[in-house]
Design a protein around this ligand. Structure first.
Ligand code: TYM
Length: 331
């Protein structure tokens, strides 16, 4: 039996080159060898109470972008989290195996509640428990994510160990994070010391997969770089240049050393322009396939229906065993 991979993205803001390089690029690479479950985690995204019509549209758009990026709906199980009710059910149960103290240590909770002081709801706090349910339902081996999700993977493992130990059995497989060595944290083009974010829609900080070619070029041309003029990889002293080297390498499949060698004797301007060119070559086919897919909503909806059915079948097995061992009377 092949190993199981699970991952997901929140339908907030837009998919961008950070989410692609940090997570989706690995999703694509893993799809040939593993049993992969890739979802749009709409239940996670409602902590910020999005506009309902926008949420519906974004879920479909994200799935179309997954496919346009090369995530094959025939090889993988693509689905929407809320279509598989077992996620919410297991999350409730796992809440009873999770400490307030450990949730309090989550850096994302601290950051997000600081940014959004008018709506610090309890779901924002228990969010990692739902993520643990997403993963543990499928007896998952590997979870391909970016650096910022490492802590959530650690708490998932702790919850799984605790449940297994308490009930003296292997009810959940203990998952491993799969974080890329290069590109696990793509930085903002405007503030190269902060992470590129999905929701930064106002500035030139984030390059979206669906940005028009001229917008991509403009964003790279105005990327913030560092003092000096030599193109070297040095994340401490040259965070802006190093970020561009990482992006260039990730989308052309070259090592950082090869990229630095390629730009020997050239200036920052060359790096920005060429990165924009390579990026547009990479994004062109994605943009056009995306448009075709969005014109065929029937296909997208059928893909999601099939995906949810397959996911639910697997999830139900885990949930049934869990309910039994905790003592729920069978329905
Ligand atoms: P989310 O939606 O914030 O991000 C989706 C994925 O993209 C990665 N990522 C990045 N990687 C590199 N550089 C960046 N600038 C960058 N920005 C985002 C994230 O690490 C993530 O892998 N809680 C998760 C979603 C989730 C999930 C799951 C993931 C819910 N359930 C189960 C895996 C398995 C989140 O909010 O990711």
């Amino acid at each position: 039996m092949s190993k199981v991979i699970v991952s997901g993205i929140q339908p907030t803001g837009g998919l961008n080159i950070g989410t692609y390089i940090g997570a989706m690029k690995n999703w694509k690479q893993l799809q040939d060898e593993y049993d992969c479950m890739y979802m749009v985690v709409d239940m996670h995204s409602i902590t910020v109470r999005p506009d309902p019509a926008e949420l519906r549209e974004r879920c479909l758009s994200f799935v179309a972008q997954y496919i346009a990026c090369g995530i094959d709906p025939k090889k993988n199980t693509l689905f929407i989290q809320s279509h598989v009710r077992e996620h919410a059910e297991l999350a409730w149960i796992l809440n009873c195996y999770t400490g307030m103290g450990e949730l309090n240590r989550m850096t994302q909770f601290k950051e997000k509640s600081q940014k959004n002081q008018s709506n610090i709801n309890s779901a924002l706090f228990t969010y990692p428990v739902l993520m643990a349910a997403d993963i543990l339902l499928y007896q998952t081996d590997l979870v391909p994510v970016g650096q910022d999700q490492k802590q959530h993977l650690e708490i998932t493992r702790d919850i799984a160990h605790r449940f297994n130990n308490h009930h003296n059995g292997e009810y959940f497989k203990i998952p491993e994070p799969f974080i890329p060595k290069i590109g696990a944290k793509i930085m903002s083009l405007q503030e190269p010391c902060s992470k590129m974010s999905k929701s930064d829609t106002t500035s030139k900080a984030t390059v979206y997969l669906l940005d028009e070619a001229k917008t991509v070029t403009k964003k790279f041309k105005s990327a913030v770089t560092d003092s000096g003029d030599e193109i070297t990889f040095d994340e401490i002293n040259k965070p802006g240049v190093s970020n561009l080297i990482t992006i260039y390498g990730a989308i052309t499949n070259q090592s950082q050393e090869d990229v630095v060698k390629h730009f020997e004797g050239k200036r920052y301007g060359h790096l920005k322009v060429e990165t924009a060119e390579r990026m547009n070559e990479f994004l062109d086919p994605i943009r056009s396939q995306y448009n075709e897919l969005m014109d065929d909503k029937t296909f997208l909806l059928q893909t999601l229906k099939d995906g949810a059915e397959r996911a639910s079948e697997k999830a139900e097995k885990t949930l049934k065993a869990v309910k039994e061992v905790i003592g729920f009377l069978p329905a």
